[in-house]
Design a protein around this ligand. Structure first.
Ligand code: ATP
Ligand code: MG
Length: 264
């Protein structure tokens, strides 16, 4: 029987607001401004997922889909050293793929499904989720098409998470002002469909803290079970805040980025 496992972030405080870590059989989304640690968290959790359960891991292999070209094997090695595990073996347990476009990103999921059926994988990281879709569908006329493709992608992800007892961690980027216009027309278009009416969160999309909402809007909100906002704090500090979780209160945690990855 499949049992949900929780994978540590590397920070005790961060884990505690998540109720122990990011869960398998579920999709979690982290979003936040540049340099707040999304990619560093992705690296850290890719190492920790391989550790035994007693050490916050899931004793599993990892798949890493990189759309931005920011994956660094050297960082994996450094984080492995923090946990006293073999750097090379840790790197080898990460199936890495660079996604070139949204079509390719979807194909990768099909390939990974076959790999996952072996039962050894416990974590799938996607850094970052909207990048390919944004590049491929940037015209206004293509927004509905993008919505559909993105939905397809997310449904596949949700299915994989459940079927193979995998934790899916997807990174998304904060809505910046230059994208605001684009997202607005995207939503106007969506407002003409039933999807918006069936989504109670959609009307408040622009009312969030500082207007900070992930690119991708309510489409992602549907598929995620836990979403976490990351931001810069005082000095080197970073802050994680739980948002829209079905089972965790909206608490904050402070973490830092070190040579050994995310830490307290
Ligand atoms: P983006 O939106 O640009 O992708 P991000 O949220 O993915 O940003 P990261 O790349 O995860 O951001 O984090 C960048 C931060 O991590 C920088 O502040 C950098 O100084 C810090 N960092 C990277 N490597 C190390 C390290 N070895 N030790 C300490 N801090 C580091
Ligand atoms: Mg990044």
């Amino acid at each position: 029987r499949k049992r949900v496992v929780r994978i540590s972030t590397g920070s005790k405080q961060f884990d505690s607001i998540l109720g122990g870590g990011f869960q398998s059989m579920s999709i979690s989304e982290v979003f936040g401004e540049f340099r707040c640690g999304k990619t560093q968290l992705s690296h850290t959790i890719s190492v920790i997922a391989q550790l035994p359960v007693e050490l916050g891991g899931a004793n599993g292999k990892v798949a890493y889909i990189d759309t931005e070209g920011t994956f660094r094997p050297e960082r994996i090695a450094q984080i492995a050293e923090r946990y006293g595990v073999d750097p090379e073996a840790t790197q080898e347990n990460i199936a890495y793929a660079r996604a070139l476009n949204s079509e390719h990103q979807l194909e990768l999921l099909n390939t990974l499904s076959r790999e996952f059926s072996g039962g050894a994988f416990r974590l799938l990281v996607i850094d970052s989720i909207m990048n390919c879709f944004r590049v491929d569908y940037c015209g206004r006329g293509e927004l509905a098409d993008r919505q559909q493709k993105l939905n397809q992608f997310l449904m596949k992800l949700a299915h994989m998470a459940e079927e193979f007892n995998v934790c899916v961690l997807m990174v998304s980027i904060i809505l910046s002002s230059f994208l605001f216009g684009m997202l607005y027309s995207y939503l106007t278009l969506l407002a003409q469909t039933n999807q918006v009416q069936s989504d109670p969160g959609a009307s408040s999309l622009f009312a969030g803290a500082d207007g900070r909402k992930p690119v991708g809007g309510h489409v992602l909100a549907h598929a995620s079970t836990t979403r976490v906002l990351l931001r810069k704090g005082r000095g080197e500090e970073r802050v994680a805040k739980i948002q829209d979780s079905p089972d965790c209160p909206e608490r904050e945690a402070i973490y830092i980025i070190t040579n050994g990855g995310i830490n307290d």
